[in-house]
Design a protein around this ligand. Structure first.
Ligand SMILES: Cc1cc2nc3c(=O)[nH]c(=O)nc-3n(C[C@H](O)[C@H](O)[C@H](O)COP(=O)(O)O)c2cc1C
Ligand code: SF4
Ligand code: SF4
Length: 391
């Protein structure tokens, strides 16, 4: 399916070490499915979670089990009727050591029920040599599981899946070969996962990660309440944008508005990376240079200048400043940080209409350079064995 070396295994793989509960060497005997149908919900920015949902649905249908797949971005709050004996699954990406906000909202409002459910979070898989490096899920499995537990459901499957990282805000998109290597591995994982979950057995691979997930949970909280809003304000359309409107139309959470005839990223943006990776003009950039500059101003220069001014104009004494320097500085940093995030992007958006300014911001963005690949799950993987009307 993916070339000649399909069955070739690496000598050593961290992925295998972390992700595989020891399995017998021989092919597992196929157990009859325990459920008459599967209802699968997915949310996806760049296609990874969609790929996982699609693959599971196809494998399930191969076993003569009915599978219905819903895209959360389309369902919104129009929750479908779910038969009492159905198995329910959720596939979604990890965002900032947590489940993507759309998934969290969706699950939070999910109607009560008693079905068995599984959760599969796609994480940032990377490749170094022959090693498949895993991402870190944080609360991504546990928080939605808790919501579902409170609603009466029985979570029986916890599965992280390290598909290629799409976080091109931080690093260039993976090469074709790396993507192929990772996807092939994940396909095998999905086959084992589907076989096991469908037979009614619990899948608890996610538990192996629990200590690390708990350790990073404070960052998850910080990201949810603060970080994601800051990241939403790093996107902009460069001078190659021809206003085709595709990014506005396709955003799963309708976060892009047209302001002064240019795309404008609102706080609703979840940084899912869909728009950045799909713009036909490759015009959507991450304003790295601008963000570093403004953060430097907001978190060091401006707070220091404010405190010096307060002493100079007699609002506080220098003794008071020295005594409470940490509190005063951190408090000022917090305030200037909020102000910068609130107004900085508006100012950026206003000035981007000037070509010279747009060029400066564009050429100080890593994303503008050719080596900084975009990433989305290749359409060929998404369409393989695509026989089903739902997809
Ligand atoms: C804003 C953002 C935050 C992310 N945070 C994490 C993270 O905390 N841990 C992780 O393993 N992967 C993280 N990733 C990587 C994605 O979860 C991963 O690539 C996922 O497979 C993408 O799925 P999708 O294509 O369905 O959106 C992040 C990606 C983005 C865009
Ligand atoms: S998809 Fe790209 S070219 Fe089209 S409006 Fe959005 S940024 Fe501009
Ligand atoms: S604006 Fe772009 S990155 Fe943000 S949620 Fe929409 S598609 Fe995703």
């Amino acid at each position: 399916m993916y070339g000649k070396d399909k069955n070739k295994k690496p000598k050593f793989s961290l992925y295998l070490f972390f992700n595989q509960i020891p399995q017998p060497q021989k092919t597992m005997p196929s157990t009859p499915p325990k459920y008459p149908n599967l209802i699968l919900f997915y949310f996806s920015g760049t296609g990874n979670a969609r790929f996982a949902a699609q693959k599971i649905a196809t494998l399930v249908r191969d076993k003569q089990v009915e599978a219905t797949v819903y895209n959360i971005a389309e369902v919104k709050r129009d929750y479908p009727e779910i038969p009492e004996d159905a198995l329910i699954g959720f596939c979604y990406p990890t965002h900032g050591f947590n489940a993507a906000p759309s998934l969290l909202n969706f699950v939070f409002r999910f109607p009560k029920g008693k079905n068995r459910v599984f959760l599969l979070n796609t994480r940032a898989g990377l490749k170094a040599g022959k090693v498949h490096i895993s991402g870190i899920g944080g609360l991504a499995l546990w928080l939605p599981a808790l919501f579902l537990l409170f609603k009466g459901y029985k979570p029986i499957g916890f599965r992280p899946l390290d598909l290629p990282s799409n976080w091109i805000l931080l690093h260039p998109g993976l090469t074709k070969n790396a993507v192929k290597f990772i996807v092939r591995r994940c396909e095998k994982t999905l086959e084992k996962f589907t076989e096991k979950i469908l037979s009614g057995k619990p899948v608890l691979n996610g538990l192996l990660w629990l200590p690390l997930d708990i350790a990073v949970s404070p960052i998850a909280v910080g990201y949810y309440f603060f970080g994601r809003y800051a990241l939403a304000k790093t996107f902009f359309a460069n001078y190659n944008c021809n206003n085709c409107g595709l990014c506005i139309k396709n955003c799963p959470v309708q976060a892009i508005k047209l302001l002064d005839e240019r795309p404008y990223w609102s706080y609703d943006c979840e940084s899912c990376m869909q728009c950045v990776n799909n713009c036909p003009q490759r015009a959507i950039e991450v304003a790295h240079g601008f963000s570093f500059f403004i953060w430097w101003l907001a978190f060091s220069v401006v707070p220091a200048a404010i405190l010096i001014a307060l002493v100079k104009y007699g609002v506080i004494t220098s003794e008071f400043l020295h005594e409470y320097i940490d509190w005063l500085f951190n408090g000022t940093v917090f305030l200037t940080g909020l102000i910068v995030i609130f107004f900085g992007y508006r100012i950026l958006h206003y000035f981007l209409r000037f070509r010279w300014f747009n060029k400066i911001i564009t050429y100080t963005s890593f994303t503008h350079f050719k080596f900084w690949n975009r990433y989305k799950m290749p359409e060929s993987y998404l369409t393989q064995r695509r026989r089903d009307a739902e997809f």
